[in-house]
Design a protein around this ligand. Structure first.
Ligand SMILES: C[S@@+](CC[C@H](N)C(=O)[O-])C[C@H]1O[C@@H](n2cnc3c(N)ncnc32)[C@H](O)[C@@H]1O
Length: 284
């Protein structure tokens, strides 16, 4: 073994690791190249940037599900095409906002005690934040839960209903819709609020070509300053690029005020680009 070239970090991709001296500890599949480790992973290429492992959002076609390498591949854990499966790696904090908004999730490098300079570090565009993890529901179960949450909310005063809103993420994928509800079982992803001018985006990811689950992964869509709140656009999370006309009308009706008054929730994102109402996809 060449000095410093530790084979436990290498995968079987076709790239000549020996000539990539700076990147030799990682699988070095470059953007747009396909991994030929034989397991059908990264069929469209690996869109993670080698070594820093941020997602190259500008190169990634919208809504193209990412397929990461998996334990079924001959590559190893630190392959550059495995990111979301390693879990949360950035320092985060859950903080209270207003009584209406409840809690929010913040990028909080000052809580990273391993780095003395933590509080000055901004987070690069394309960084993985967390999965939006929760229970996977069928469309029927999602409808039932949504109806129950709606009636629960209607029977509460607004100030008592903080954090009791709808948590179900409906992710539209080619030929299917998946519903993820973190309200009862979930992770920090459930604390990201909606913004009409978001700094994060949701992208569908599979862990290996044979993974039966699409996972909803949250990435930053621009650089993030320390102590910024992390948000995504709940309308975009539902896959706006693929939404059928009926769904577009539903979201538009919610936002332009033609939806029934009781179903509309005023958006409190505070952005100059605020559309006024929370998006709601009721077309499924
Ligand atoms: C996924 S949760 C976000 C975390 C929530 N703030 C909490 O305290 O648990 C979604 C709920 O938060 C509230 N929310 C999120 N973004 C909002 C916004 N921009 N305006 C008003 N309410 C919002 C709504 O009640 C929504 O149903």
């Amino acid at each position: 073994m060449e000095d410093g070239l530790d084979d436990q970090w290498l995968c079987n991709c076709s790239v000549d690791h020996q000539s990539l001296a700076q990147q030799k500890w990682l699988c070095t599949v470059a953007d747009g190249e396909s991994c030929d480790c034989g397991s059908g992973c990264a069929p469209q290429g690996n869109f993670y940037t080698p070594t820093i492992l941020t997602l190259n959002l500008d190169a990634l076609p919208e809504r193209l599900p990412l397929v990461e390498c998996s334990p079924a591949c001959p590559c190893v854990k630190k392959c550059a095409n495995r990111v979301t499966q390693h879990g949360v790696r950035v320092p985060l904090a859950i903080r209270p906002l207003s009584s209406e908004l409840g809690l929010g999730l913040f990028y909080s490098p000052s809580t990273d005690i391993s780095s003395a300079k933590g509080s000055f570090m901004s987070l690069a565009k394309g960084s993985f934040i967390s999965l939006y993890a929760g229970e996977y529901l069928t469309t029927g179960q999602a409808r039932t839960r949504w109806a129950r949450q709606r009636s629960d909310n209607a029977s509460r005063e607004r100030q008592d209903s903080q954090g009791q809103g709808n948590y179900i993420l409906s992710l539209r994928l080619p030929g299917q819709v998946i519903h993820i509800d973190p309200r009862y079982k979930g992770n920090v992803g459930r604390f990201l609020n909606h913004s009409c001018e978001p700094n994060c985006v949701i992208h569908p990811v599979k862990w290996g070509a044979d993974d039966p689950w699409y996972r909803a992964a949250i990435f930053t869509r621009r650089d993030i300053r320390p102590d910024e709140e992390l948000t995504f656009d709940y309308a975009d999370a539902s896959g706006s690029a693929l939404q059928p006309a009926e769904r577009r009308r539903t979201i538009a009706a919610q936002e332009d005020g033609t939806t029934e008054q009781s179903e509309r929730v005023r958006c409190l994102c505070g952005s100059d680009k605020c559309r006024g109402w929370m998006p709601f996809d009721g077309s499924w």
